[in-house]
Ligand binder design. Structure first.
Ligand code: DQA
Length: 146
C-alpha cells in the first residue's frame, strides 16, 4: 500500500505560526513521525507540501497509478479550491481530509469545505494527532475495501 500526505499553504510554518491554534510541532517533525507510524504498518508514506494551488493539483495528478490513498490538509484551499476538489475526484483515489484545528468551531468562512463530501472521512481538531488519526482511518478503509 502506498500513501501520500499532502499539505497545502502555510503548513510549512507549523511550529512558528499561530501556535495557540496549530501547536508547537514543526511540519518536518509531523512528517517524520507519520512516516515511522506508516512504516510500523508496513506502509510507504510520501510527504509533499506546497503553498501553490497549481502544484497541489499537479501532485495529485501524479498520484495516478502510483498511490493508493491520499491524506490531505489543504489549509486555506480547503475553503476555496474547486480545482483541488476536481483533481481529487479526477484521479479517483480515496482520500481523508484532515485539519489540526476544529474548523467548525472557528470563523464562518472555515466552516465550508470543498473536500469533505467526497472524502472517505474527515479528522479535524486534534492538533498534530489529527495526522495519526487520519492515517489510521485511511489504512483501515483501504484494508477493508479489498
Ligand atoms: C487548517 C485550517 C484552515 O482553515 C487553515 O487555513 C489552515 C490550517 C488546519 O489544519 O487546522 O491553514 O487546515
Amino acid at each position: 500500500m502506498r500513501l501520500i500526505l499532502i499539505n497545502g499553504p502555510n503548513l510549512n510554518l507549523l511550529g512558528k505560526r499561530e501556535k495557540s491554534i496549530y501547536g508547537f510541532k514543526s511540519l518536518a517533525s509531523i512528517e517524520s513521525d507519520l512516516k515511522k507510524e506508516a512504516d510500523s504498518y508496513g506502509i510507504a508514506l510520501e510527504c509533499f507540501q506546497s503553498n501553490s494551488e497549481g502544484d497541489v493539483v499537479n501532485r495529485i495528478h501524479e498520484c495516478l497509478g502510483s498511490i493508493d490513498g491520499i491524506l490531505i490538509n489543504a489549509g486555506a484551499y480547503t475553503h476555496t479550491s474547486i480545482a483541488i476538489r476536481d483533481a481529487l475526484l479526477g484521479v479517483d483515489i480515496p482520500y481523508v481530509e484532515l485539519h489540526l484545528s476544529n474548523t467548525y468551531s472557528r470563523e464562518e468562512f472555515r466552516q465550508k469545505s470543498f473536500l469533505s463530501d467526497t472524502a472517505v472521512g474527515l479528522v479535524s481538531g486534534f492538533g498534530s494527532y489529527s495526522y495519526s488519526l487520519a492515517l489510521q482511518g485511511l489504512i483501515f478503509y483501504l484494508r477493508d475495501s479489498k
